[in-house]
Design a protein. Structure first.
Length: 605
């Protein structure tokens, strides 16, 4: 196993002679992070496969609660390393939050031993039932991989969730190490104090591994897109503050138009080149790699093997003549805005995989409702907070804010301290404040803020731009846990009068869930899986929005024309029963940024 700075680097020669630097000089730990939809899963999986093909022992880990690795590799993921058929040396592990939480609870309860009473066990089990424990359990799995659990592998490649969730994950080693230092009381979501020292050692080892440039490389993945590049720059700065300085930039999906008379193709190329030209200096100074846009979807081992090879763009070459076909019956966002406005008020939650354009759709619908004379509050639960950049200024008549985790956490702490301090002495107040500074307080505070926003929709329109799927599902878990807690507390004594946030989400007259997707295999499958998860919680999506349709925009570029065949297939999937209602947004030659451009999306021609 590699131990020194020279041995920890793998220099890959032919046939990967033109391999990107993040592959050619792979450290033991490789983190692929970035804005949703930039291709983190494709690049991380292709990298892990290439390393395995070069004779290395590789573990590919997904930290995304909404991972699509199973579809990409054609295997069933679980919380244990699973060999990938056709790829000797490669195993895949998905950190499943629910499975991790249950395993964590069992370990904590086992630590209490046979002397624990049923009441004590029940108390601890209740303490460990919330969303906070789910996050801690997932982090515990992640930390164990960095601190010795996976010693038999030469490389561990992490396919992470979109940026906001990943920054939270990578900040936890430092946050928990600081919280546990000298702490002789612990925190409820960690369980009894007996296990704290073991946790503290593991968290410190994880922090040391992340900060070691010989062991760990962070690959900031972006598209040639202004928003994705800006987020990569912000992420780079935040990771440096956490001590993760060994960074590379991977520019994925670089496109060059081959038909100079094709306005759509030339506009796509020009926007990409402009975004790259305006790249912040902090990113420009990083080592860079670029991967061209391919004509094929990165599903299956042959496509993944071809992704990083020089000249691989000829796989699934252009064999069909470009045909201009417009989707039948596709209505635009103006029609959806009309439908929503007719309801008078309510909660509109825009959900989907990272990078599909949720923020654009949410902002456009909010502006459309304002145009139609409605009172609208536009907010976001996304830690990465893209709303400000999308709106690019104030919109008259539109109230805009976001659920800021830091602000909400302080607000929650102040509220609890104000309520309980009068009944506590000085020492007890200090202990309470120490407990509230636990990193898990943030999850509770964000849920309370979410609940407040949900209740506002009783008398006005609230449009909520949600975080990418995995992070939103964790918020849904917290909503369900709170609902069950309220039902237990009020059982037999007025439960019929209790209205929880979950009940409002289940009410189709109150809440309209809009699923946003792209016309590609993975985003559509991800939207379908999210829809299934919502239905299991008794929540029925109202409509799907197919965003950035090149088919609807029209193009004759050969590479894009081949990709249109895949777009048609995804439209057919949706029409075959996935979406009760569907609306289409074409790929736009002008970015939908700012109130004027967003208003065009919801205005009738």
């Amino acid at each position: 196993m590699p131990t020194g700075s020279e041995e920890s680097l793998l220099i890959i020669e032919t046939p990967l002679s033109e391999a990107p630097g993040f592959l050619a000089r792979a450290t033991r730990h490789l983190f692929f992070t970035g804005k949703g939809g930039v291709g983190k899963t494709s690049l991380s999986t292709a990298t892990a496969l290439a390393l395995a093909d070069a004779g290395r022992r590789v573990l590919l880990v997904s930290t995304d609660a909404a991972s699509n690795l199973d579809e990409m590799l054609g295997i069933t993921l679980c919380n244990l390393p699973t060999p990938v058929p056709g790829a000797p040396g490669l195993e895949v592990l998905n950190i499943d939050p629910d499975a991790a939480a249950e395993s964590y609870r069992q370990r904590v309860l086992a630590q209490m031993g046979e002397v624990a009473t049923d009441v004590e066990l029940a108390t601890v089990r209740e303490q460990l039932s919330g969303a906070c424990t789910t996050e801690i359990a997932s982090f515990d799995e992640f930390a164990s991989l960095l601190s010795g659990r996976a010693e038999r592998y030469d490389h561990i490649v992490f396919d992470t969730a979109p940026t906001g969730h990943t920054l939270r994950l990578l900040s936890l080693p430092k946050a928990w190490s600081g919280f546990l230092e000298g702490n002789d009381r612990g925190a409820s979501c960690l369980g009894p104090h007996s296990g704290l020292k073991l946790q503290e050692q593991r968290f410190r080892a994880a922090l040391a591994a992340l900060s070691d440039p010989v062991l760990t490389t962070v690959v900031l993945v972006t598209r040639p897109d202004r928003g994705a590049i800006a987020e990569a720059a912000r992420t780079s700065e935040e990771l440096r503050l956490l001590g993760l300085n060994n960074q590379r930039l991977a520019i994925n999906g670089l496109f060059h138009a081959s038909e100079r008379g094709d306005a759509v193709a030339c506009a796509i190329e020009a926007l990409g080149q402009q975004a790259l030209a305006e790249m912040p200096t902090s990113l420009r100074e990083l080592p860079q790699d670029s991967v061209p846009l391919r004509a094929f979807d990165t599903v299956g081992l042959p496509a993944l093997r071809a992704l990083l090879r020089g000249g691989a763009g000829d796989m699934a070459t252009v064999t069909s003549r470009p045909v201009m076909v417009q989707p039948e019956g596709g209505q635009g966002l103006a029609a959806l805005a009309d439908e929503l406005a007719a309801t008078g008020h309510g909660l509109i939650m825009v959900m989907g995989k990272g990078g599909v354009g949720k923020t654009t759709v949410a902002a456009a619908l909010a502006i459309g409702l304002v145009q139609r004379g409605k009172t609208v509050h536009l907010s976001t639960t996304d830690p990465a907070a893209h709303l400000a950049g999308t709106l690019d200024g104030e919109v008259p008549g539109l109230r805009v804010d976001r659920i800021d985790p830091k602000v909400e956490t302080q607000r929650y702490i102040d509220k609890i301290m104000a309520a309980k301090s009068p009944h506590l002495n000085e020492q007890e107040q200090a202990l309470l404040l120490e407990d509230l500074r636990s990193p898990c307080t943030e999850e509770v505070a964000v849920f309370h803020a979410f609940s407040r926003i949900v209740s506002e929709a009783r008398s006005a329109f609230v449009v909520l731009d949600t975080a990418p799927t995995g992070h939103s599902l964790l918020l849904m878990d917290a909503t369900g846990a709170y609902h069950r807690q309220m039902m237990r507390e009020f059982e037999g004594s007025g439960a019929a009068r209790v209205v929880t946030p979950l009940m409002r989400l289940q009410d189709g007259a109150y809440t309209k869930i809009i699923l946003v997707t792209l016309p590609e295999v993975t985003p559509v499958s991800q939207a379908a899986a999210l829809q299934d998860d919502l239905r299991r919680a008794g929540i029925e999506p109202y409509a799907w929005v197919l965003n950035k349709s090149v088919l609807a925009a029209g193009t004759q570029d050969p590479l894009l024309a081949v990709r249109l065949d895949g777009e048609r297939k995804q439209m057919a999937r949706m029409a075959a029963g996935l979406a009760r209602r569907s609306f289409i947004v074409p790929w736009l030659t002008r970015p939908p940024i700012g109130g004027t451009e967003l208003a065009r999306l919801v205005s009738w021609p």
